[in-house]
Design a protein around this ligand. Structure first.
Ligand code: HEM
Length: 134
């Protein structure tokens, strides 16, 4: 296998180190920012006061989404459809921009290789666009 082919065969999860801890660190940075930054105030207010359960659930979801094991479905008893979960919230351009604002900063750290950022950010941007319902 050529180097180029093997790069293509590598998941973002493997490029991050292939363990759940790094995904959890990114998610913790994401929610720490959401919790503290005035720039994300409306997004924070949509969430429950206790962000602990979301730190688990988003970490589990992203682990599979990045190409790692499907732990979200395993640990939540079947998983959930993201459109359905988000359909109960009014997600407008501001909410989706605030989500991306937090995630961009969470990914902009030395433990996330630039190659992973450039793969993952546009895909998340598309997803936040799809989850918009206002
Ligand atoms: C478009 C902007 C988004 C907004 C405004 C938003 C907002 C929310 C809110 C308010 C919740 C419930 C939080 C709580 O119960 O405290 C939630 C749950 C969740 N969100 Fe988002 N979200 C967005 C985008 C995303 C994206 C892009 C992903 C995945 C990459 C994602 C993954 C999840 C997951 C996994 C849950 C938990 C679902 C469950 O297991 O019940 N969200 N989101």
């Amino acid at each position: 296998m050529s180097a180029a082919t093997s790069d293509l065969a590598t998941t973002p999860y493997e490029l991050l180190g292939g363990n759940e801890e790094i995904v959890r660190r990114i998610v913790d940075r994401f929610y720490d920012l959401m919790d503290a930054a005035p720039e994300a105030r409306e997004l924070r207010e949509m969430h429950a006061p206790d962000l602990g359960p979301m730190r688990d659930r988003l970490s589990w979801f992203l682990t599979g989404w990045l190409g790692g094991p499907a732990v979200y479905a395993e640990r939540t008893g079947g998983g959930a459809c993201m459109s359905t979960v988000h359909g109960v919230f009014a997600i407008d351009e501001r909410a989706s921009a605030q989500w991306m604002w937090c995630m961009r900063r969470a990914l902009d750290a030395p433990d996330v290789p630039a190659s992973v950022r450039s793969m993952v950010e546009p895909a998340l941007e598309r997803m936040t666009g799809l989850l918009r319902n206002r």
